[in-house]
Design a protein around this ligand. Structure first.
Ligand code: IPE
Ligand code: IPE
Ligand code: MG
Length: 236
């Protein structure tokens, strides 16, 4: 178990491996997603108890819309259940809920639940939980460019004002700061379009554990590994 000093302030998790977890057991992929939703509950609770200030969970990528309609439908149903079922847990523990990504694409009912819970939790000062939904890192960079370009057109800023800081300020994913630690479960060593701009100096932790099996001990392992890294940010 890691110590509580030098905790990562912002942790991002690429929650991968639900489908394989189910397929390995001869079950339908959607059962894996259901188990994955339980793992989300455990991870949120463990992160909060550990004292993580911000947790960003990659729940559904912009590219995941390309999956079969039945799987997308099942995922949206689980998201809806999560937002109803976790309402008390979120509000009762001072968690602030946010969403990043193209949430306009989500079903109306999911968006309504999301908007309601974000509004109710917005004054909370405990952990900030950000759900990346219909999210893509490249898409977020393009959107930030559009925002800054339109400010130039409106003569609010000059072209020279388009700095890395200005881009960062235009990215909702980084409102809680750049991620310090990115965890990916499921054994693949890639980023899959998550937090691309912010992860410039993030520590990366890859584990073979499939997301439905991810528990408190795995989170502790990831944090302990982080605490043993030396971050240099390009300096000596
Ligand atoms: C992650 O699990 C959940 C989402 C991407 C929505 P996957 O569904 O990608 O599971 P694998 O990678 O196929 O095992
Ligand atoms: C990344 O997993 C997206 C989420 C975990 C939501 P994917 O399963 O979609 O990524 P690839 O296809 O393996 O790169
Ligand atoms: Mg996957």
């Amino acid at each position: 178990m890691g110590n509580d000093r030098n905790l990562p302030s912002h942790v991002g998790i690429i929650m991968d491996g639900n489908g394989r977890w189910a397929t390995n057991r001869g079950l339908d992929r959607t059962i894996g997603h259901r188990e994955g939703a339980s793992a989300v509950r455990r991870a949120v609770r463990a992160s909060r108890e550990k004292g993580i200030r911000a947790l960003t969970l990659y729940a559904f990528s912009e590219q995941n819309w390309g999956r079969p309609g039945s799987e997308v439908h099942a995922l949206m149903g689980l998201l809806q259940e999560f937002l109803v079922g976790e309402r008390d847990e979120i509000l009762g523990n001072g968690i602030r809920l946010r969403a990043i990504g193209n949430t306009n694409r989500l079903p109306t009912i999911v968006r309504a639940l999301l908007d309601g819970l974000m509004a109710s939790s917005k004054g909370n000062s405990g952990m900030t939980l950000t759900l990346a939904l219909s999210y893509g890192g490249q898409e977020e960079i393009a959107e930030a460019c559009r925002v800054l370009a339109s400010r130039v057109v409106a003569k609010e800023i000059n072209v020279e004002d388009i700095s890395t800081g200005a881009l960062r300020s235009a990215m909702p994913s980084l409102e809680v700061g750049d991620p310090d630690l990115i965890v990916r479960t499921g054994g693949d060593h890639r980023i899959s379009n998550f937090l691309l701009f912010g992860l410039a100096y993030a520590e990366l932790h890859f584990t073979e554990v499939l997301w439905p099996d991810f528990g408190e001990a795995d989170l502790h392992d990831a944090i302990t590994a982080y605490q043993q890294r030396e971050r240099r940010f390009g300096t000596l």
